[in-house]
Design a protein around this ligand. Structure first.
Ligand SMILES: C[S@@+](CC[C@H](N)C(=O)[O-])C[C@H]1O[C@@H](n2cnc3c(N)ncnc32)[C@H](O)[C@@H]1O
Length: 191
């Protein structure tokens, strides 16, 4: 949003509070976005807590051996799907700022029998990874939650190897379409 109406700290804490309190979607989001065949290898815990906005992985170029970074991984549905595609020679770094989400991702990876998913507790605005070590960045419904989107993109550029790939799915809104009282409502940011 180009109109700077909210304090960054307030946005960060309202997003944390919202996602900590989000109840399971009971598989409704997963069933809408992913085909049954795609979900076959995904444990119920990840399907039941899916909160994405699209199925960008269907189009993503993820190759065996890739290092994939999933920004705002939530309960890990895309991390699991990506890890199945990288195979054991690759790995997925599943990043989220909520330990509650990372615990779900960890459990999902274990239940899927995947040893190549590593959870990373961090903010996507300050990714604790070295430069040039990632082949693919994916993110589903998370970039839009950041009050510092340009900072997140700069971090992606830093951690990606030259020639790295990015697959984001997100919602956009033109801020001139909405009045300030809507733009500053916590539900607008979190939702
Ligand atoms: C809409 S959910 C999407 C979760 C997952 N990608 C999916 O498709 O189910 C957004 C996730 O991003 C995380 N998140 C939001 N802002 C973040 C930030 N600044 N840094 C790290 N994680 C963040 C939230 O904790 C939440 O798990």
């Amino acid at each position: 949003m180009s109109r700077d109406l909210l304090r960054q700290d307030d946005v960060r804490s309202l997003v944390r509070d919202a996602y900590r309190a989000t109840p399971p979607t009971e598989g409704a989001v997963a069933a809408r976005l992913y085909a049954d065949a795609e979900l076959a290898g995904v444990p119920a815990i990840a399907r039941e807590h899916a909160l994405g906005v699209a199925n960008h992985l269907r189009y993503a170029d993820i190759r065996p051996g890739d290092v994939v970074l999933d920004l705002g991984c939530g309960a890990g549905i895309d991390s699991v799907l990506a890890a199945l595609r990288t195979g054991p020679s690759g790995r997925v770094l599943a990043l989220d700022f909520l330990p509650e989400m990372l615990e779900l991702t960890q459990r999902a990876a274990e239940e899927a029998g995947l040893a190549n998913v590593e959870t990373v507790e961090a903010e996507m605005e300050a990714i604790p990874l070295a430069d040039d070590g990632v082949d693919v960045v994916i993110s589903n419904g998370s970039l839009n939650l950041s009050p510092r989107k340009a900072r997140v993109l700069a971090e992606c550029a830093r951690v990606l190897r030259p020639g790295g790939r990015v697959w984001f799915a997100d919602l956009t809104v033109r801020d001139e379409d909405l009045p300030p009282e809507i733009l500053t409502h916590p539900a607008t940011w979190a939702g």
